[in-house]
Design a protein around this ligand. Structure first.
Ligand SMILES: NC(=O)C1=CN([C@@H]2O[C@H](COP(=O)(O)OP(=O)(O)OC[C@H]3O[C@@H](n4cnc5c(N)ncnc54)[C@H](O)[C@@H]3O)[C@@H](O)[C@H]2O)C=CC1
Ligand SMILES: O=C(O)C(=O)Cc1ccc(O)cc1
Length: 296
């Protein structure tokens, strides 16, 4: 029991994986709603969610899952959002809030926006918190604690609905910021999407090495490479969909990155130590700035 009244009556989570199941666990932990139910196309995921006792009901019938919910949270991979928009949005009653946790935000307005009936409030969101694990067993209630959650309400969005979604994330311990979806996608391209692409690439490159070298890569893998392998273990379907749905911003950022990498390649070739040291000094200061900001 929590002292404060629940924010919602019935939350329907669609997709009970890492993020969905973390939210389901957060519902009783932070008094988010009276009831939480889930819909997931995977029977195994539904069965696991019931077995874990993190939802009151679980069904593969997604339309039934959203029935009677005052908040619907889409927690499936981005590639399923067009289907979610078509199937689920038209069934929602006026006053219902529809939100999501997708890592790309313009695509939500594109894929779901056109299907949202009058009176239903679409308030896209993105908790900037996660792990490399997937599925209902991987979630935990404190995942969002002390992390950012970015909301990208479309122009003219209902202010009360925005505040209710912001309130939900604040109760989970998140800091909430609101911004335009296009800006979100550009910022996340460099801070999250490109780092994942680099990790996938370097681990792929290492695994393409000849057999003897490959076993040594594993044997001697020090901090740097190990950190990349953690990120490169992230869900393949989810990340495929992130890159396909944030194509422009990722390609633009990748172009800048490639140019900078080529400049470094030149510096190494021509023995320009000062140039290398200057960059590494600057990046060390950035890391220290991030750590200081966290501790402040
Ligand atoms: N993994 C992470 O670190 C973070 C992920 N996100 C976003 O959260 C969303 C979910 O990611 P995770 O929880 O990591 O994924 P996950 O793979 O752990 O869970 C996804 C769930 O959705 C279900 N699902 C997939 N397609 C479906 C469909 N068409 N209909 C119904 N159910 C379907 C799957 O069966 C699975 O249970 C993604 O959109 C991702 O961009 C946001 C922040 C962090
Ligand atoms: O595990 C990590 O390092 C992450 O970067 C988690 C993550 C993945 C995707 C997001 O949209 C937000 C956060």
């Amino acid at each position: 029991m929590t002292a404060t009244a629940p924010l919602f009556d019935r939350i329907a989570i669609i997709g009970i994986g890492l993020i969905g199941s973390s939210l389901a666990r957060a519902v009783p932990a932070y008094g988010l709603a009276r009831t939480v139910v889930c819909g997931d196309r995977s029977e195994a995921a539904c069965a696991k969610a019931l077995e874990l006792g993190i939802v009151a009901e679980a069904t593969t019938d997604l339309e039934a899952a959203v029935d009677g919910a005052d908040l619907v949270i889409l927690c499936t991979p981005m590639g399923s959002f067009a289907e979610m928009g078509e199937r689920l949005a038209p069934r929602l009653k006026p006053g219902t809030i529809l939100t999501d946790v997708g890592s790309v935000k313009q695509a939500v307005l594109r894929d779901i926006g056109p299907h949202v009936p009058d009176g239903v409030h679409l308030i896209p969101g993105h908790p900037v918190a996660g792990t490399e694990h997937s599925g209902p067993e991987a979630g935990f209630a404190s995942l969002f604690n002390g992390r950012w959650c970015i909301l990208t309400p479309p122009t003219g969005a209902n202010a009360d609905a925005v505040e209710k979604v912001a309130g939900l994330w604040r109760r989970c311990g998140s800091n909430v910021e609101t911004m335009d979806a296009a800006h979100h996608d550009r910022v996340l391209a460099i801070t999250s999407h490109l780092p994942h692409l680099i990790a996938y690439t370097i681990v792929g490159t290492a695994s393409d090495l000849e057999e003897t070298t490959k076993s040594e890569v594993i044997k001697f893998s020090a901090g740097g490479f190990r950190d990349f392998t953690r990120i490169a273990a992230s869900d393949p379907v989810m990340w495929r969909d992130v890159f396909l749905n944030n194509r422009e911003a990722v390609l633009e950022t990748l172009q800048l990155f490639t140019e900078d990498l080529t400049a470094l390649q030149r510096a190494i070739r021509w023995g320009e130590g000062d140039r290398l040291q200057e960059l590494f000094t600057r990046t060390r200061a950035i890391r220290r700035g991030i750590i200081d900001a966290k501790q402040a």
